[in-house]
Write a protein that binds this ligand. Structure first.
Ligand code: G3P
Ligand code: MG
Length: 248
């Protein structure tokens, strides 16, 4: 059976979660290359500040799970983080991959023809929201003309602060299951997009968001069958560890 005859996402609405993280180590340049090779146009990536205020691309607030090192991001400089191996834990073939800075990643995305959903992580070691959003603004300002950027976060304050700096960027509120008053919360950010867990999707909510012109993308779905009934109801896109599954 092929999926091509079934409802599915538009090709430019498939976002590779942490890069193609089913194929290569998450949030590394290898994962972003793998996403491009799979035909994805967008990658989702997570950013946080190092101890010395550089944005690095990593999901957790420590390097323990995804690198050869140990320690909290709040205790490690960008140089220390950049010296770690971030590939061998996933597969020895990827030994030598690094935890990239956002600035390095933005440059690589330009070469790969990719756009990015930059997820701003709020960690305990972050001292200042102002510092965080200004760092994001500085790094994304260096993107190539072909690279589109959107911002997402579980933290509405981060979206608010980012929106004040970059009012033209698409902003997505991240929820597992959206709260009952999702429309009011979204209007207050303000954001025009919801990124929600695919298991919390409902046809009723998609009809309501469609009426209001709100986009909804579903994370993190690695089984196209799970989403079939939602595309016609107005689901905009998917965030997946394996973009190949949605692009073949
Ligand atoms: O953008 C969706 C997804 O990345 C949110 O969860 O924990 O994988 O960053 P997480
Ligand atoms: Mg994320």
């Amino acid at each position: 059976m092929t999926f091509s005859s079934l409802p599915g996402p538009a090709a430019h609405e498939v976002q590779a979660h942490r890069g193609a993280s089913a194929i290569a180590p998450e949030n590394t340049l290898a994962a972003f290359r793998a996403a491009a090779e799979a035909g994805a146009k967008w990658v989702e990536l997570d950013v946080a500040l190092s101890a010395d205020g550089t944005l690095v691309v990593i999901h957790d607030d420590s390097v323990d799970r995804t690198s050869s090192g140990t320690g909290s991001l709040g205790e490690l400089t960008a140089a220390q983080i950049g010296a770690l191996d971030a590939g061998a834990w996933f597969d020895p073939r990827f030994a030598g991959e690094r935890i990239p800075t956002l600035a390095e990643t933005i440059a690589a995305l330009g070469e790969l023809g990719l756009s990015a959903n930059v997820e701003i992580k709020q960690h305990k070691h972050h001292k200042s929201l102002d510092q965080l959003v200004h760092a994001v603004q500085t790094d994304i300002a260096k993107r190539s003309a072909q690279t589109e950027i959107m911002i997402s976060s579980f933290d509405p304050e981060a979206l608010n602060a980012m929106h004040a700096l970059e009012p033209n960027l698409e902003m997505a509120m991240l929820w597992g299951r959206p709260p009952e008053d999702w429309a009011d919360q979204l209007a207050a950010i303000p954001a025009g997009t919801i990124h929600m867990h695919f298991k919390a999707l409902s046809i009723g909510m998609l009809e309501e968001t469609a009426k209001r012109g709100i986009k909804v993308r579903a994370w993190t779905c690695n089984d196209p069958v799970q989403l079939i009934s939602f595309w016609e109801a107005g689901l905009t896109g998917v965030i997946t560890d394996n973009p190949k599954l949605f692009l073949e």
